[in-house]
Design a binder for this molecule. Structure first.
Ligand code: UT7
Length: 333
């Protein structure tokens, strides 16, 4: 069987125009800019406007057009949409199918939503890689898109400061003969013993939205921040170590580390544990806060478009999220 190497052909991203500052949040709950910056590194976040079609599918359509342009492809060249989203447009049809329509696609390509919370886009990566490598599909659109404002409780200062909306898209395809773009190694995991530390318990079959749920204010995200923090650092660092060992790549050879952008302190602690210099760590949590599974593909797109990531660069990416899921990917861009 002929095997291929997986290459990122194009990247694109979109964040809504509306900026919400820490001072804006402090008008509603008891918090302040200094506390938020010291504990999280977050200065601002973007908030989507459903009236401007900034739902997950709408944000994804805008980011996808940019990624397709960079890849020099048209929507109908895509064989599969893998759409990572935590709060989809609706339970079904899946958001990938809604995106297919919004992109005007007529090729009836396969459409699948992936939910691994903030790790979702990283979870899609080995799946896309396996399908490209083995020649099953030629072009896969990998979306990480989140409207976290849909689950954010603006009256809970423990969580409402953390999240923002946005989308990142990559078009995955085959490297040509002679090109050395590739996926070296990937790892995915989930520790369900910690699943209750980060959840949105209501809205599904277990607890449908009823008067009682609304009365108890259970329709929002809940989190045990410190438990998530500890698990995030430990798991992301050990996953990164594993990939480097497996692939024989040294930390010196890694040009950029793109961690999930949940909290600057988590990012610093992970880099510290890995002995990786902060100058080579991609950061956008200050501007966009935690955009869940969109955070890594948004940072990737920003860095590619700024020329910071060039062809041939080795890039390490790692994520964690509710589940508690986690994953890492080591690639040559
Ligand atoms: O994608 C995954 C999503 N989740 C995460 O990544 C969350 C990971 N965890 C974190 O980022 C941090 O745990 C937080 C930023 C959520 C909290 O930081 P912390 O250093 O763990 O603070 P804490 O929870 O220990 O709270 C310290 C104090 C508490 O007051 P007392 O009990 O010491 O009097 C909190 O009530 O800070 C208080 N506090 C706040 N104060 C001002 C909690 N939230 C706020 C706030 N403003 N927004």
């Amino acid at each position: 069987m002929k095997m291929f190497r997986t290459k990122i052909l194009g990247t694109g991203s979109f964040v809504p125009d509306k900026v919400l500052t820490n001072d804006d949040i402090a008008k509603r709950v008891e918090t302040n800019h200094q506390w938020i910056v010291e504990r999280t590194g977050i200065h601002t976040r973007r908030i989507s406007d459903p009236a401007k079609d900034e739902l997950p599918s709408g944000m994804a359509a805008k980011a996808a057009i940019r990624a397709l342009e960079m890849a020099n492809l048209t929507p109908n060249d895509i064989d599969l949409i893998l759409f990572s989203v935590t709060i989809p447009d609706m339970f079904f049809p899946n958001t990938a199918s809604v995106l297919q329509e919004k992109l005007g696609m007529t090729n009836n390509c396969a459409c699948l939503d992936v939910n691994a919370a903030c790790s979702g886009w990283i979870y899609a990566y080995p799946m896309a890689d396996a399908l490209i490598k083995t020649g099953v599909y030629k072009h896969i659109m990998m979306v990480g898109c989140e409207m976290t404002s849909g689950f954010n409780n603006w009256d809970d200062r423990n969580t409402c400061i953390l999240f923002g909306d946005g989308c990142g898209v990559t078009i995955m395809g085959r490297a040509s003969e002679g090109e050395d773009a590739q996926v070296y190694s990937t790892v995915l995991s989930s520790d369900s013993t910690k699943k209750d530390h980060l959840m949105l318990a209501a809205g599904g079959a277990a607890k449908p939205i009823r008067e009682e749920v609304l009365k108890n204010n259970e329709q929002w995200v809940t989190m045990n921040g410190q438990e998530v923090f500890k698990a995030a650092v430990k798991t992301m660092a050990s996953h990164c170590d594993k990939l480097l060992q497996e692939s024989g790549i040294t930390l010196d050879q890694v040009k950029w580390f793109i961690p999930h952008q949940a909290n600057l302190r988590i990012i610093e602690a992970t880099a510290n544990r890995l002995n990786f210099p902060m100058e080579k760590v991609a950061i956008n949590v200050d501007k966009y806060a935690n955009t869940s599974s969109a955070s890594i593909p948004i940072a990737l797109d920003d860095f590619v478009r700024d020329g910071k990531i060039q062809r041939g660069d080795i890039v390490l990416m790692a994520a964690f999220g509710a589940g508690l899921t986690s994953g890492a990917v080591l690639i040559k861009y």
